[in-house]
Design a protein around this ligand. Structure first.
Ligand code: B12
Length: 250
């Protein structure tokens, strides 16, 4: 599957979502998900058995960041998870506009751990890559899941794709993600997360606030996030990884 336009991923026509850069939407029937995935969802979030559908929202490209920055300026109070709050508030406003008040429950962002990449893989939003960040057919690596909601609704569902669909990585000649990784963590056969993390947390690492390999990917480079956005995300994961490393060594 290689859709040619951004609109192929837009189930909903909504200015609320469009303005916020939440430009990829999918609808799943819980009962029609592969059994293993449905069981994992119900295990993680038992309330899922009370709902009929799962709606998923993602951003491709940098528009979500610009909308988030504008929203952040409007909120004087300090928030612990400002980006998650922004995504949740935007999707809630959209669901209210759809007259679904009382008919939905967030699973992400939230206290439950769902494997979001598995859901993305089912509908062609995720091709596996040597980097382990999913590659979206239109937005490349510049794509992230922002909200997953259980909904009591009966909308037509997003078609599931053939899992054997060809990834752009299979025909990539440069393999720049592998060649450019300063930690040699990215390889065709297996990504080495320990090597990646050990390198990132070093004082002189050039991957503190960015991922050199990710930026080297030639697919959909026109949708790349701004440096400011890249630094924001990587500084966050760096802080978490640094804390994790220090807790292990003390
Ligand atoms: C926990 C988590 C993290 C933790 C991982 C802690 C750890 N390893 O112990 C931290 C905060 C470090 C993290 C970092 C990042 N993450 Co993360 N992460 C998640 C999250 C919320 C849950 C994963 C999980 O626990 N799955 C359940 C277990 C059973 O499955 P698992 O396969 O064993 O999960 C492991 C891997 O997913 C791994 N992991 C998590 N993120 C990433 C990212 C990369 C590149 C790699 C190689 C591994 C990895 O950590 C998990 C626990 O060990 C998912 C969202 C989700 N709910 O799926 C995002 C998610 C996988 N992460 C994502 C991203 C983008 C990143 C970052 C690149 C963000 C950034 N810009 O810094 C970094 C990269 C890390 C690095 N190379 O340094 C995206 C991937 C998007 C995509 N297009 O596919 C996801 C899907 C979030 C999203 N909202 O879209 N992440």
């Amino acid at each position: 599957m290689m859709p040619t336009s951004a609109t192929s991923f837009q189930t909903f026509t909504s200015p609320i979502l469009a303005q916020a850069g939440l430009n990829c939407h999918a609808v799943f029937d819980l009962q029609r998900l592969p059994e293993e995935l449905r069981d994992a969802i119900v295990r993680a979030c038992p309330e899922a058995s009370q709902y009929r559908q799962l709606w998923m929202f993602a951003n491709g490209g940098p528009q979500f960041w610009y909308a988030f920055c504008a929203d952040r300026q409007r909120h004087a109070e300090k928030r612990d998870h400002p980006m998650d709050d922004f995504a949740r508030e935007t999707v809630s406003a959209f669901l209210q506009e759809q007259h679904l008040e009382g008919q939905f429950q967030f699973v992400y962002p939230g206290p439950y751990v769902l494997n979001l990449q598995s859901l993305g893989r089912l509908i062609g939003w995720h091709h596996d890559t040597p980097l382990k960040i999913g590659l979206h057919p239109f937005y490349g690596l510049w794509f992230a899941y922002r909200a997953v909601v259980l909904v009591n609704a009966d909308l037509p569902t997003t078609p599931l794709v053939d899992s054997s669909s060809i990834s752009p990585c299979q025909t990539c000649v440069s393999k720049a993600c592998i060649a450019r990784c300063p930690a040699a963590a990215v390889a065709e056969a297996q990504f080495d997360l320990d090597l990646c993390i050990d390198y990132r947390v070093q004082d002189n690492s050039c991957c503190k606030q960015r991922c050199v390999s990710r930026e080297a990917c030639p697919v959909a480079a026109e949708h790349r996030y701004s440096d400011e956005q890249i630094h924001f995300h990587y500084a966050q994961s760096w802080t978490m990884l640094k804390a994790f490393k220090s807790s292990k060594s003390s």
